[in-house]
Design a protein around this ligand. Structure first.
Ligand SMILES: *[C@@H]1O[C@H](CO)[C@@H](O)[C@H](O)[C@H]1NC(C)=O
Ligand SMILES: *[C@@H]1O[C@H](CO)[C@@H](O)[C@H](O)[C@H]1NC(C)=O
Ligand SMILES: *[C@@H]1O[C@H](CO)[C@@H](O)[C@H](O)[C@H]1NC(C)=O
Ligand SMILES: *[C@@H]1O[C@H](CO)[C@@H](O)[C@H](O)[C@H]1NC(C)=O
Ligand SMILES: *[C@@H]1O[C@H](CO)[C@@H](O)[C@H](O)[C@H]1NC(C)=O
Ligand SMILES: *[C@@H]1O[C@H](CO)[C@@H](O)[C@H](O)[C@H]1NC(C)=O
Ligand SMILES: *[C@@H]1O[C@H](CO)[C@@H](O)[C@H](O)[C@H]1NC(C)=O
Length: 480
């Protein structure tokens, strides 16, 4: 009785979340709506069940990089409200050629039948005059969302230019319905920003740091032109692991040098990078580092810095996941690393299930995957009904804490927990990697080089429009 009363309280509290402005959702209204016609439910799912073109996945938060790519069969891009409304006969190899160097984490393939998804191989190919990863899908993990939908994740510490999908036997006729390419999720949107100075234009519009994280390229954050140290600082609500940082500057007439620093906390600089200001600058940070703060500054006193958008693609730092990085990955996930949906990045023992559990007979490719509705699944953890009562009580305590101190206070407490975890993980890392880079190093890194396996831990890649490196400076192929 008491429990059901509290459940009612929870439901009421849940629905008492603030109404967000059109185009935004989430408990802090900081998730951008990517649904068709910008019609999002309060939980971010789409009213029409369709995403804006170029987005897909949970709450349509992932960029679908195939939409801007050249493909060998146009049907790869077909998107219908119902899965497999249309299908086509796929010819090996399926070729996806990206327009520019792109960061991806994997693909999602919808087959007409289960057999159509067997024996697929992914190969990344280099294209002329571009520096990209070349080779197979490394540390591949296959996940079946349902028997006809396969997600293939790869670890690629570099940009990619072209992807070939080949079939083991070319004799059998394969029917596919659609292919998606997961391009990343921007975590910078509506995070907290501070800027050294801001400007006010004639109409009274204040160009402060928030305009750099508003999801719009046409409204820019600008410092005053007499700012002695033009700086923009972005604080993430919780630690993140980043795969790409993209900065859209509005360059001034004279060439300028920017400095980007990545901090684990106020006093711990993990990486820094210097580069020339261009309309679009893309950086690939060292993988697996937990980042809390981005600090972008200009290396010129009394100059105006104008940032139209600062994007940070990545995931919540382990062990967290979810829209606000407040859910905890399944204990079965290796290194507590999982996706936005809570699917494990790796399993301890190669199972193909979403949460590394719930498989019949060891999860071979042909084995049916047990649906999760038969158990309670809370944040990727499978719990018995008795345990779920305990979980509910814990949840209520957390809720009471959250409502008394506000969401921020709750997030802060969670963050100290995560920091503790982070410190433990960091302790285990070799001390060498904690070195911050000297000025000399940073300048050396300005020469564009595709890193080898050894280098990748210490290098950032830079890619900016108008400034592609000449062919001479590019190695003929990357060996990763
Ligand atoms: C399904 O997708 C195909 C290919 O993109 C398109 O021609 C067709 O109109 C779509 N059907 C619906 C109902 O959206
Ligand atoms: C590659 O670069 C060279 C020299 O800059 C140029 O001549 C050639 O056309 C480029 N090739 C492609 C495919 O862009
Ligand atoms: C990728 O596909 C293209 C087009 O069919 C082919 O020319 C190329 O050899 C393939 N590369 C690899 C590595 O499979
Ligand atoms: C002031 O800023 C707003 C928003 O960026 C813009 O729409 C407007 O045109 C600006 N006014 C002037 C005079 O620049
Ligand atoms: C950073 O260092 C300053 C001065 O040493 C100290 O007061 C502050 O508490 C430190 N901040 C963190 C988050 O450790
Ligand atoms: C998991 O963490 C251990 C050390 O904590 C590390 O050696 C290993 O590479 C990590 N595994 C993955 C899949 O990241
Ligand atoms: C994977 O883990 C489960 C649970 O611990 C165990 O039953 C199973 O035998 C393991 N599979 C392999 C292939 O090690």
């Amino acid at each position: 009785m008491f429990v059901s009363f509290l459940l009612v309280v929870i439901v009421v509290c849940h629905h008492a979340l603030p109404e967000c402005p059109v185009g935004w959702f989430g408990s802090l209204c900081n998730k951008i709506c990517r649904c068709e016609n910008l019609e999002c439910e309060t939980d971010g799912e789409c009213k029409t069940k369709r995403c804006l073109p170029g987005f897909f996945g949970k709450q349509c938060q992932y960029v679908d990089s195939i939409m801007s790519a050249e493909v060998s069969q146009e049907e790869l891009k077909s998107r219908n409200a119902t899965k497999c409304q249309t299908s086509f006969i796929a010819l090996s190899p399926l070729v996806i050629k990206f327009n520019s160097e792109t960061r991806i984490s994997g693909i999602q393939i919808e087959g007409f039948a289960e057999e159509d998804l067997l024996g697929l191989a992914l190969t990344f190919v280099q294209t002329p005059n571009k520096s990209c990863y070349k080779g197979p899908c490394q540390r591949r993990r296959d996940i079946y969302l349902d028997p006809n939908t396969l997600v293939i994740n790869c670890d690629i510490g570099n940009y990619v230019c072209q992807l070939n999908i080949t079939f083991e036997e070319t004799k059998i006729e394969r029917r596919l319905c659609a292919v998606y390419v997961r391009g990343g999720r921007n975590l910078a949107l509506k995070q907290v920003t501070t800027m050294s100075t801001s400007t006010v234009n004639e109409t009274g519009m204040v160009s402060d740091g928030s305009l750099a994280v508003d999801g719009r390229l046409d409204e820019c954050a600008a410092t005053r032109d007499d700012d002695p140290y033009p700086t923009l600082i972005l604080h993430f609500y919780s630690s993140v692991v980043l795969s790409e940082i993209v900065i859209y500057f509005r360059p001034s007439k004279e060439s300028q040098i920017f400095l980007l620093q990545l901090h684990a906390d106020e006093n711990d600089t993990i990486m820094e990078y210097r580069g020339e200001v261009h309309p679009r600058v893309s950086l690939v940070p060292t993988p697996d580092r937990f980042i809390r703060i981005l600090e972008l500054s200009l290396q010129h006193a009394n100059a105006q810095m104008t940032v139209c958008e600062l994007e940070a693609y990545g995931e919540c730092a382990p062990p967290m996941f979810g829209p606000d990085c407040t859910d905890i990955c399944s204990l079965e996930c290796k290194n507590y690393t999982c996706s936005y949906e809570g699917y494990c990045r790796y399993c301890k023992n190669q199972t193909k299930a979403l949460h590394c559990v719930d498989c019949l007979k060891g999860c071979g490719a042909r084995d049916k995957i047990k649906t999760e509705t038969t158990d309670y699944v809370i944040s990727g953890l499978r719990v018995s009904p008795v345990l779920s009562y305990i979980m509910i009580i814990i949840f209520i305590c957390v809720l009471i804490m959250a409502t008394t101190d506000g969401v921020r206070g709750f997030l802060a407490r969670k963050n100290t927990l995560v920091q503790k975890y982070t410190k433990e993980v960091e302790k285990k890392k070799p001390a060498k990697r904690r070195n911050t880079w000297t000025k000399k190093d940073s300048i050396r890194r300005l020469t564009f080089q595709a890193p080898s396996t050894e280098q990748i831990g210490d290098f950032l890649l830079l890619q900016s429009i108008n400034s592609f490196p000449s062919t001479e400076s590019l190695p003929s192929e990357t060996s990763i």
